[in-house]
Write a protein that binds this ligand. Structure first.
Ligand code: TRP
Ligand code: SF4
Length: 367
C-alpha cells in the first residue's frame, strides 16, 4: 500500500519513524551545532525531523542572509497546537533570525470554504496572539496570501508550467482544483523570499507540523526546476510532532472540546483537564501498586510540550511510574500551571493594541 501524508486531513500521524524511511525526512538527532538548539522542543525530540536544517544553521552562523517563514490558516482562535509554532519562531528569533508569517486566507477561502470577513478577522487575531506569545515585533512581518496578487499570479503560472498532475497526485493523492491552487500558492509562499523583488536571495527555513511536509517536497522540486530561471534553491524545514488533543486524537479547532485555546477561560480549562485522557489505572489501589503510564497520558503531554522544565518533568515522571502520585492530584498541578500560562498570555494579548498588530501586517488582504 502507498503511504501518503495529506496536509488537509484531520487525522493524527501516528508512526513518526516511517517518515524517515518513506519520505526521507532526516532525524534531528545528528544535526551539528547542537549548542544552538537548547530549546526543549529539540532536546525532547518534539521537533524530531528536518530537511537541510543543518545547511540553514550553517548559513545563519556564517552570517549569510537567512529567514524563517511559516503560515497559519486563519479559521479560528489559535490553540496550543498553533502556539507550538509561535514558540519555535520565538526561539529562531532568539538565535538571530528574521521571521515572516503568512496568513493563509486564500487557502482558507478555497479549501476550507471559510467566510471572507471571518477569515480576515481571525487573521488579525492571529497576529495579536503571535505577538502576545512573545514574538519580537521588530523581527516579525505578517502578510495575507491574497495581498500578493500579481506577484503570486505570475509565480503560480510559471510553476504550473513545469509540474505535471501525476507528480502532484503522487505527493498529495486525490486533488481538487482548490487544492492544486492552494498547494501552488503555498509553494509561492515558501519560495518567494528568495526573489529579487522580495529582497533577493536568502536561505529559507520553514518550521511546521509534519503534516505540511508534502508542500515542502513540492517546493523543493519546484526550486530545482527554477534554479536557472529564477535562481531558486531548496528551502530547509523542521518538523514537530503534532500536539494531541485531550482525548488523544489530533488537537484541532474542529473538535473544540479537546483543544485548549489561547483565550480559554479558567472554568473551561478546568472542565477539559478533568476529562483528559490519562495513563492512570482503573483503581487507586492498582495505580499505587503498578504506577501510571505517562506515555499514554495527555496531561503528561502538556507537561512535556509546555508546562515543566527538565527537573520537574523528571520528578513527575518518576512519581507517576512508581505510583506515588494519582491522576487527580496530578491534574490539579497541570491545571494550575496551564491556567497561569494562559492568564499571562491573555494579559499580554490585552496589552497589544490593534494598531501594533495592524502595523506589523505589511501586506493586507485584498478582494
Ligand atoms: N497550509 C498551512 C496550514 O494549513 C498554512 C500555510 C500557508 C503555510 N502557507 C504556508 C505553512 C507556508 C508554512 C509555509 O496551516
Ligand atoms: Fe498522567 Fe499524572 Fe496520571 Fe501519571 S499521574 S498518568 S502523568 S495524570
Amino acid at each position: 500500500m502507498e503511504v501518503r501524508i495529506d496536509p488537509w486531513d484531520y487525522r493524527l500521524i501516528q508512526e513518526y519513524d516511517k517518515l524517515f524511511t518513506v519520505f526521507g525526512i532526516q532525524p534531528i538527532d545528528n544535526i551539528p551545532r547542537r549548542e544552538l538548539l537548547k530549546h526543549h522542543f529539540f532536546t525532547r525530540r518534539i521537533i524530531f525531523g528536518h530537511r537541510d536544517f543543518d545547511k540553514w544553521l550553517e548559513a545563519l552562523v556564517k552570517g549569510e542572509k537567512v529567514i524563517v517563514l511559516t503560515g497559519f490558516m486563519p479559521s479560528g482562535t489559535p490553540h496550543l497546537g498553533t502556539a507550538m509554532v509561535f514558540e519555535e519562531l520565538k526561539y529562531f528569533q532568539s538565535i538571530g533570525a528574521q521571521v515572516k508569517i503568512v496568513i493563509a486566507d486564500a487557502e482558507a477561502y478555497a479549501v476550507r470554504r471559510e467566510d471572507r470577513d471571518l477569515t480576515i478577522k481571525f487573521g488579525l487575531e492571529f497576529v495579536k496572539h503571535a505577538l502576545a506569545w512573545g514574538l519580537n515585533p521588530e523581527k516579525t512581518e505578517f502578510y495575507f496570501q491574497t495581498a500578493m496578487r500579481e506577484a503570486y499570479y505570475r509565480l503560480i503560472q510559471m510553476f504550473s508550467r513545469k509540474i505535471t498532475m501525476a507528480e502532484m497526485e503522487a505527493i498529495y493523492g486525490d486533488l481538487s482544483p482548490a487544492k492544486v491552487v492552494s498547494a501552488l500558492t503555498q509553494v509561492a509562499d515558501i519560495l518567494h523570499p528568495q526573489l529579487e523583488e522580495f529582497g533577493g536571495f536568502k536561505h529559507v527555513l520553514v518550521p511546521v507540523g509534519v503534516d505540511q511536509d508534502p508542500h515542502l517536497r513540492l517546493a523543493r522540486d519546484v526550486a530545482d526546476r527554477f534554479e536557472g530561471e529564477l535562481g531558486l534553491t531548496r528551502p530547509s524545514s523542521t518538523y514537530h510532532k503534532l500536539l494531541r488533543g485531550l482525548d488523544g486524537n489530533k488537537m484541532s479547532k474542529s473538535r473544540p472540546d479537546f483543544a485548549i485555546f489561547l483565550d480559554e477561560s479558567e472554568e473551561t480549562i478546568r472542565k477539559k483537564i478533568a476529562m483528559a485522557l490519562t495513563g492512570g489505572r482503573a483503581t487507586a489501589e492498582e495505580q499505587r501498586r503498578l504506577g501510571g503510564e505517562p506515555w499514554k497520558c495527555m496531561v503528561f503531554e502538556l507537561y512535556t510540550y509546555f508546562l515543566l522544565d527538565d527537573k520537574e518533568l523528571n520528578e513527575i515522571r518518576e512519581d507517576c511510574l512508581k505510583g506515588r502520585i494519582l491522576c487527580g492530584e496530578c491534574k490539579k498541578i497541570a491545571f494550575e500551571k496551564l491556567v497561569e500560562k494562559i492568564r499571562e498570555h491573555k494579559k499580554r494579548y490585552m496589552e497589544i493594541n490593534e494598531n501594533l498588530a495592524i502595523d506589523r501586517i505589511v501586506r493586507k488582504p485584498s478582494f
